[in-house]
Design a protein around this ligand. Structure first.
Ligand code: AHR
Length: 830
C-alpha cells in the first residue's frame, strides 16, 4: 500500500491510463468481479473498442466490501452479478458463502455509495424484492491482468470509468492523509520555526454546551469485568464454564482435583440458571480442590478475604479452606461445616492472610470418605470500592473515578447485542441473587458470570455521580455474528449474519426493555422496582438514557425492530431519551442509511463510532462543524486513535486531545463522548488500544487516559469561540512583521478550546499542539490570575508518560511545548 501512496504523492499517476482516456464519452464494457478466494470485495475492470483485455480500475481496488459473517472467516464475496434498473441504479448481487446458499444484494447510484446489504436464502423468492426493471447480467469466467476471475459485464459510459479512476485517486490521497504521523515531521516541518499564536476570544459567540461531555464506555472485553473490575477472586466459581465460552473449556476448567473424584452434576441445582455443580468424593484419604483464580490470587498481609460457597453433603462434613502460596505454605485458613441432606446451604467464613502473595491459590480440603456437592465458591477481598458487598476492585474503580466521567455505558459494545440472537445480553439474567444469575458466553471468547450485572452497574454510577447509559440490543444481534442460533425467519439466511428476533417474540423482548426502566426508576413496590429494593436500593436510580442498538447493519430488519422498541419506550416513558445507532463507522452505507433513518424517525441522539489513525483526527477536525443543529444529537460512543497494527502512543493521545477541542466546539451537537475500550488485562488483551491496562496487582494507564482525565476533571458548560493566528516567533529586533503561517499542515496541528465551568466561574483553556515546535500563546480577551496548569508532553512515540501539574499566575500569555496537550484552569475565585 505504501508504494501505492508513493505513486500518488510522487505524482506518478500511471495507473489511470486505460481505455477511459482514449474513449471518453463512449460506451465501454465494465466487468464487476471478485477474486477466487472471495476476499477483497467488489472489483471493477473496463475495456473499450476492439480491446480484448480487461484493465482493472484502481489496481484491483475494492469498490464494495462484503458485510456478511464474522471477521476472519466471513466477509467474502463470490459470483458477483451486476445490473441496472430503469432508473439507472446499479445493483450488485453476490454469494457471501462459497456454496451459494446465501444471496446478498445492494444498490448504488454511482458505485461509490451503497445501500446497506440485505441477505436472503438463495432458494427464497428474493428477486421479488428487487425492482422488476432490473436487468441482471449473467456470470462468466474471464481473466483480468493475469488473474482468473468470475464476474458479469454491463455497458457503461466511459465517463463513469474516469470518475471511478478519480475516486480511487481521491481515496488514496485521503488514505495518505490518514497515514500522516509525527515520524514524518523532520521532513514535513523541516523549515518550521517556533511560533506564536494569538488567540482572540469572541465572547459574543458563547453558547451552552453539554455538561455530560466525557463519559466512560464499559464492556466486558479483555477480561474487563470477570477477572478485572469485578473483585471476585475465584475463576469458574459457578462451574458453568463450557465449550460455548471457549472450545477447550469444561465445567471443571480452572479447578484442580487431587485425591478426589470431581464430577459435574445437574440433577438438583441451586437454581436452573446455574445448572452445574461440583460433586467431590474422597476415599481413604483427604482430597483437595484447588483454584488459582484469574492467573493467581493476590492477597495482602493482614487483609481480610470473605469466603462463601453453597454446599450439601451425604453426611455432615467439615471442610478446611486455605489460601496457600505456590510452595504450599498456608497463608490463611478457616473451616466450614457442610450440613448433610439434599438442601443447599450458603456457608460463609473469612480468611486473613499472614503474608503478601501475588499468586496464591484457594484450596478446599475434603476429608476422607466424604461426598460433598459445591457451587458458587467465592472469595472476595473485604476491601472493595466503597466497601460494597459483591463489589468492585478498589484500585481499578478508583482509577475510573479519577477520570471524573459524567456517564457510563454498559454492558458494551458488541457484548450488548451478542454473537447471534441467543447471545443478546438479557439484563434480567444479570440481577438478583448471584446464584440465580444467568451466566452468558462472552463473544470475546470467555465467560460472563454477570456478578457485575445491572444492579452493580447502577450502584457504581450512583457512587461516581454518573448518568447510567445502558445500551441494549435493537432486537438484532451483532452484524458480525457467526451464527443465527435456533431461530429461523423468512428473511434470515444461512449462518452468519445479523438477523432479527422473530416478530412474534418482539413484544416479550420489548417488555424486557420496559422492565429495565422500571427496575431502575420504578417504585419499590412495583414488580421490577421491588427487585431493586430487595437488592438494597429502594430509591430509584434515576435512569434518563437508554441506548438501543450498537453498530448495527441498518437493514429493514433493524429499522422495524428499532422503531417498535423506541415507540414503546416513548409511549410508556416519555422522559427517557433513546440513543440510536448509525453503524460502525463515520462513513459508508450504515452511517448514511442510519442518519437518514434517525432524521426520519426524529431519534434524539445517535451513537457514532470510529477507530482510526492519528492522521485522520488531524485532517478531519471540521467533521461536526456542518452537522444539522436541529437534527439528532450525537453520542460519540466509541473512538480511539491508533496506527495500523493498533499500536498507540502519546501521538495518538495528542491527536485525540486535539480532535476533542473540535468536538467540544460542537458540543451543542455532540453531547456525549466515550473513548473505547476502557479496560484491558495484561496477557488477556483482545483489542487494542485501551485506556487502562492492569494485572492482578498493578495498573498502568495509557497517555490517552490523561487526555480523557484532563477533559473530565475540567468540564465546561459554556463554550466561547476563539480565533487563532499563527506567526513565526520573532526576535523583535529586525522590525519586520512576523510571517503569518496559514499552511493547513501547521494550522491543522494546533487547536484551542475555551469553556467556562458555570458552577465555579473558572475559565478552562485547552491547548493542543501536535507541532514539533514550542508555541507562545497570546491570550486576547481572557481573564488573568492564578491558574492550575496541567501539561502532557513528551516524545510522540512515548507509551508511558505522565502530565505535570502546577499552579501559576497567568497574565495574557502562556507557552506550550512541542507535542503537548495543556489544560489551563483560570480560577475565578483566587
Ligand atoms: O470497543 C470494542 C468493540 O468495538 C465494541 O464491542 C464494538 O462496539 C466495536 O466494534
Amino acid at each position: 500500500m505504501k508504494a501505492f501512496y508513493k505513486l500518488v504523492l510522487g505524482f506518478t499517476l500511471t495507473f489511470s491510463i486505460g481505455p477511459s482516456d482514449i474513449f471518453a464519452g463512449k460506451p465501454v464494457d465494465m466487468l464487476a468481479f471478485s477474486l477466487p478466494d472471495g476476499n477483497g470485495g467488489l472489483k471493477l475492470a473496463s475495456r473499450a473498442g476492439a480491446d480484448k483485455d480487461w484493465h482493472s480500475i484502481g489496481n484491483f481496488h475494492s469498490f464494495l466490501g462484503s458485510d456478511y459473517g464474522a471477521w476472519g472467516s466471513g466477509k467474502k464475496m463470490h459470483n458477483v452479478r451486476i445490473g441496472q434498473d430503469a432508473q439507472g441504479i446499479y445493483w450488485v448481487l453476490f454469494n457471501p458463502d462459497k456454496n451459494g446458499e446465501v444471496i446478498a444484494f445492494t444498490s448504488s447510484p454511482d458505485l461509490e455509495h451503497w445501500t446497506p446489504q440485505e441477505y436472503r436464502r438463495s432458494d427464497s423468492d428474493y428477486m421479488k424484492e428487487l425492482p422488476s426493471s432490473l436487468i441482471l447480467e449473467s456470470l462468466s469466467d474471464t481473466s483480468v491482468q493475469g488473474k482468473d476471475v468470475k464476474g458479469s459485464v454491463i455497458t457503461v459510459d466511459s465517463d463513469l470509468i474516469s470518475r471511478l479512476d478519480g475516486l480511487v485517486h481521491y481515496q488514496a490521497i485521503k488514505n495518505a492523509k490518514n497515514d500522516e504521523r509525527t515520524d514524518q515531521d523532520p521532513w514535513r516541518f523541516k523549515d518550521l520555526k517556533p511560533l506564536t499564536a494569538t488567540v482572540t476570544l469572541d465572547k459574543n459567540g458563547a453558547k451552552p454546551i453539554s455538561d455530560e461531555f466525557i463519559g466512560i464506555f464499559f464492556e466486558d472485553i479483555n477480561y474487563g469485568a470477570d477477572g478485572g473490575l469485578y473483585a471476585e477472586l475465584i475463576q469458574n466459581r459457578d462451574f458453568e464454564y463450557s465449550d460455548k465460552d471457549r472450545k477447550e473449556w469444561t465445567p471443571t476448567s480452572y479447578w484442580i482435583a487431587k485425591d478426589l473424584s470431581l464430577s459435574i452434576d445437574t440433577s438438583n441445582p441451586i437454581h436452573p440458571n446455574n445448572a452445574n455443580y461440583a460433586v467431590c468424593k474422597t476415599e481413604d484419604r483427604s482430597g483437595y480442590l484447588t483454584n488459582e483464580g484469574f492467573d493467581g490470587i493476590v492477597v495482602k498481609k493482614g487483609e481480610k478475604y470473605l469466603f462463601n460457597l453453597f454446599g450439601r453433603a451425604v453426611s455432615k462434613t467439615s471442610l478446611k479452606v486455605s489460601l496457600i502460596d505456590k510452595d504450599g505454605k498456608v497463608l490463611a485458613q478457616t473451616k466450614i461445616n457442610v450440613p448433610a441432606g439434599s438442601e443447599w446451604s450458603k456457608l460463609d467464613s473469612s480468611l486473613i492472610s499472614k503474608a503478601d502473595c501475588s499468586n496464591a491459590c484457594l484450596q478446599i480440603e475434603i476429608p476422607a470418605k466424604s461426598e460433598v456437592s459445591l457451587d458458587m465458591v467465592s472469595l472476595f477481598p473485604e476491601k472493595t470500592f466503597k466497601g460494597r458487598k459483591n463489589g468492585l476492585r478498589e484500585d481499578l474503580a478508583q482509577t475510573l473515578a479519577d477520570l471524573h466521567p459524567k456517564f457510563m455505558r454498559f454492558p458494551g459494545g458488541c457484548v450488548s447485542h451478542g454473537n447471534g440472537i441467543d447471545n443478546i445480553y438479557d439484563w434480567k439474567g444479570s440481577v438478583g441473587p448471584l446464584e440465580a444469575r444467568k451466566p452468558l458466553p462472552n463473544l470475546w471468547g470467555y465467560h460472563q458470570t454477570r456478578g457485575l450485572g445491572f444492579y452493580e452497574y447502577f450502584l457504581f454510577c450512583e457512587d461516581l455521580g454518573m448518568q447510567p447509559l445502558p445500551v441494549l440490543a435493537a432486537g438484532v444481534p451483532c452484524q458480525n455474528s457467526s451464527h443465527h442460533s435456533k431461530y429461523t425467519h423468512d428473511e434470515l439466511t444461512a449462518n452468519g449474519q445479523q438477523c432479527g428476533i422473530p416478530l412474534e417474540d418482539m413484544p416479550a423482548y420489548i417488555q424486557d426493555i420496559l422492565d429495565l426502566v422500571e427496575y431502575a426508576n420504578g417504585p419499590a413496590d412495583s414488580e421490577w422496582g421491588r427487585l431493586r429494593a430487595e437488592a438494597g436500593h429502594p430509591e430509584p436510580f434515576n435512569l434518563k438514557y437508554l441506548g438501543i442498538g450498537n453498530e448495527d447493519l441498518i437493514s429493514q430488519t433493524f429499522k422495524e425492530r428499532f422503531k417498535m422498541i423506541r415507540d414503546a419506550v416513548n409511549a410508556k416513558y416519555p422522559d427517557i431519551t433513546v440513543v440510536g445507532t448509525v453503524g460502525p463507522f463515520f462513513e459508508g452505507s450504515d452511517y448514511e442509511e442510519g442518519w437518514k433513518f434517525a432524521h426520519k424517525e426524529n431519534v434524539e441522539i445517535v451513537d457514532e463510532h470510529y477507530y482510526v489513525a492519528p492522521g485522520w483526527y488531524v485532517n478531519n477536525r471540521n467533521f461536526y462543524d456542518n452537522y444539522d443543529r436541529k437534527g439528532p444529537k450525537v453520542y460519540l460512543g466509541e473512538y480511539a486513535s491508533h496506527y495500523p497494527g493498533r499500536e498507540s502512543n502519546l501521538e495518538c493521545a495528542l491527536s485525540i486531545g486535539l480532535y476533542l477541542t473540535d468536538v467540544e466546539r460542537n458540543a451543542d451537537v455532540v453531547t456525549m463522548t466515550s473513548y473505547a475500550p476502557l479496560l484491558s488485562k495484561k496477557g488477556r488483551t483482545q483489542w487494542r488500544p485501551d485506556l487502562i491496562y492492569f494485572d492482578n496487582e498493578s495498573i498502568s494507564v495509557s497517555p490517552d487516559y490523561y487526555v480523557q482525565q484532563m477533559y473530565g476533571a475540567n468540564p465546561g458548560s459554556t463554550y466561547i469561540p476563539s480565533s487563532i493566528a499563527l506567526h513565526e516567533k520573532c526576535c523583535g529586533k529586525c522590525g519586520r512583521t512576523p510571517k503569518e503561517i496559514s499552511a493547513d499542515d501547521v494550522t491543522n496541528r494546533f487547536g484551542i478550546s475555551t469553556v467556562v465551568d458555570e458552577t465555579t466561574g473558572d475559565t478552562i483553556v485547552r491547548i493542543a499542539n501536535l507541532l514539533p515546535v514550542e508555541v507562545d500563546v497570546n491570550l486576547e480577551g481572557y481573564p488573568s490570575g492564578m491558574s492550575e496548569i496541567t501539561v502532557l508532553t513528551g516524545n510522540p512515540r512515548d507509551t508511558k508518560v505522565e502530565p505535570s501539574v502546577s499552579k501559576t499566575e497567568i497574565n495574557g500569555s502562556v507557552s506550550v511545548p512541542a507535542y503537548s496537550f495543556t489544560t489551563m484552569r483560570i480560577l475565578s475565585n483566587q
